[in-house]
Design a protein around this ligand. Structure first.
Ligand code: PMP
Ligand code: GLU
Length: 394
C-alpha cells in the first residue's frame, strides 16, 4: 500500500542524520563495533539541577496540557534569556515554545511560506531545512559556499540569489554542519543587502549559540533594520544536552508568534509539560553552569583537527563553534580504496562505515557534495580510535 502515500511524503527525503544514526544502531545490534559520529547529540548527561526541576515538576503534578505557546513563566524566562545573552527585547507575546527547534522551524515554514516562495539556504545548511521548506511548498534556493570562504555566504552571493520570489533566508550560526560562526561585520554585510529588500524575512537558527569558541555570539536580529523581520530560533537540545526532552522556541514579531501558536494548536497542542518546567531551570541558570561541556567540545575540536590534519586528502577549515568538523574529501573522488571506487561523498561515508566501522554523514545531505560531517559529540577515546581507523583505510 506504500504507493498510496501522499506526493508530499513521497517527495520528501529521510533525515540523513537520523538515518545514519539508525543504520549505526542496527549494525551495532548485529554485533559490529561501530563508532557513531553521525548524530549531533551531546554525549553529556543533563546537569543535575535540570533533572531536579523535572522531578519536582512531576511531583507538582504538571500533567495537564500547557498553554499552546508554552507556560507563561517559561516564556518570561526565555524573554529574560534573550535580553541577557543576546540583548534582544522579545516580550512574552513574541515567544512560542515548541517540540524542539525542529518543530519551531517547521511552524515558521508553515506559517510564512506560500507555494512557490523561494527560501535562500547558504550551503552547507542543516539537513532538515530543505525538506521543511519543501513541505511548506516553498522552493529551497541553495547558495553554494566552499571551504575557501570558511563556508560562509558573502553579501554579493546573497544579492545575486535574491529574486522577486524570495521570501526568506534561513541559516545557522554557529553552523551545522560547518561549525562556521558569522562575525558581527559579516552579519552586517548580509543585513546591508537585506535592507534593500524589506520584504525578505530571516530565520536565524542559534541553537549552537553557547557552543562557540570565539567568544561572543552575535544575533542578526540585533543588527539595524533586522529585528522586525528576523525569527530567532533556539532551544535546549545542544547547550544543555537535552535532545530527548524536545524543547525549542522562537522569538519573533508578535503576528508571526501568533501564527505559529495557531498552527501548533492544531498539530501538537504544545510542548511537553515536564520538559518545559525543566527548561525554566536551564535558562535561568548562569551560563557558567554549562561551561565544562563547552570547554570539553573546544578541546576535542582541537584534538580532532590535529589528528585529521595528519590524514592525506582531508582538507579542513577551523570550525569556530557547534560540534562538527566538515572536511572536504573530494581529493578521494575517482580513487579506488580497497576495491571500492569513491565517486562522491556518499560513497566515502559508506566506505568509512563499512571498512572502518565509523559512522559519519555525507555532505550531500547538507548541500555540499565535497564534504562529510564528523560529529565530535563523542568521548576523546572514541574520537582517537575513530581517526585511527579512518587513517588505516584511506
Ligand atoms: N537546528 C540545527 C542547526 C540543529 O543542528 C538541530 C539539531 N537537531 C536543530 C535545529 C533541531 O534541534 P531540536 O529539535 O533538537 O531542538
Ligand atoms: N541536529 C542533529 C544533527 O544534525 C540531530 C539530528 C537531527 O535532528 O536531524 O545530527
Amino acid at each position: 500500500m506504500s504507493n498510496h502515500l501522499s506526493d508530499r511524503i513521497k517527495n520528501m527525503s529521510t533525515s540523513a542524520t537520523l538515518a545514519m544514526a539508525a543504520k549505526a544502531r542496527e549494525l551495532r545490534n548485529q554485533g559490529k563495533d561501530i563508532i557513531g559520529l553521525s548524530l549531533g547529540e551531546p554525549d553529556f548527561n543533563i546537569p543535575d539541577f535540570i533533572k531536579d526541576a523535572a522531578k519536582q515538576a512531576i511531583d507538582d503534578n504538571y500533567s495537564s496540557y500547557s498553554p499552546v505557546d508554552g507556560y507563561a513563566d517559561l516564556k518570561q524566562a526565555i524573554s529574560n534569556k534573550f535580553k541577557r545573552d543576546n540583548n534582544l527585547d522579545y516580550g512574552v507575546q513574541q515567544i512560542v515554545v515548541s517540540t524542539g527547534a525542529k518543530q519551531s522551524l517547521a511552524n515558521v515554514a508553515m506559517v510564512m511560506i506560500n507555494k512557490g516562495d523561494e527560501v535562500i539556504l547558504p550551503a552547507p545548511f542543516w539537513v532538515s531545512y530543505s525538506d521543511i521548506v519543501k513541505i511548506a511548498e516553498g522552493i529551497p534556493v541553495q547558495v553554494p559556499t566552499s571551504i575557501d570562504t570558511d563556508f560562509k555566504m558573502t553579501p554579493e552571493q546573497l544579492e545575486k540569489a535574491i529574486t522577486p520570489k524570495t521570501k526568506m533566508l534561513w541559516f545557522s550560526s554557529p553552523c551545522n554542519p560547518s561549525g562556521s560562526v558569522y562575525s558581527r561585520a559579516e552579519l552586517e554585510g548580509l543585513a546591508k543587502v537585506l535592507q534593500k529588500h524589506p520584504d525578505i524575512y530571516v530565520v536565524s537558527d542559534e541553537i549552537y549559540e553557547h557552543i562557540n569558541f570565539v567568544g561572543g555570539h552575535v544575533s542578526i536580529a540585533g543588527i539595524e533594520g533586522m529585528y522586525e523581520r528576523t525569527i530567532t530560533v533556539n532551544g535546549v537540545s545542544k547547550a544543555f544536552a537535552m535532545t530527548g526532552w524536545r524543547i525549542g522556541y522562537i522569538g519573533a514579531a508578535e503576528w508571526i508568534a501568533k501564527g505559529c501558536t495557531k498552527f501548533q494548536g492544531q498539530v501538537t497542542s504544545g510542548a511537553n509539560a515536564i520538559g518545559q518546567r525543566a527548561t525554566i531551570a536551564a535558562l535561568e541558570a548562569p551560563v557558567s553552569k554549562i561551561k565544562h561541556m563547552i570547554d570539553e567540545f573546544h578541546q576535542r575540536r582541537d584534538m580532532l583537527l590535529e589528528l585529521l590534519g595528519e590524514i592525506d586528502g582531508f582538507k579542513l577549515n577551523v570550525p569556530e563553534g557547534a560540534f562538527y568538523v566538515f572536511p572536504d574529501i573530494s581529493s578521494f573522488f575517482g580513487k579506488t580504496l580497497n576495491g571500492t571506487t569513491i565517486g562522491n561523498a556518499s560513497d566515502f561515508a559508506l566506505y568509512l562505515l563499512e571498512n572502518a566501522n565509523v559512522a559519519t554523514v555525507t555532505g550531500e545531505a547538507f548541500g555540499n557534495p565535497n564534504c562529510i560531517r564528523i560529529s565530535y559529540a563523542a568521548s576523546e577515546k572514541e574520537l582517537r580510535e575513530a581517526v585511527a581507523r579512518i587513517k588505516s583505510v584511506v
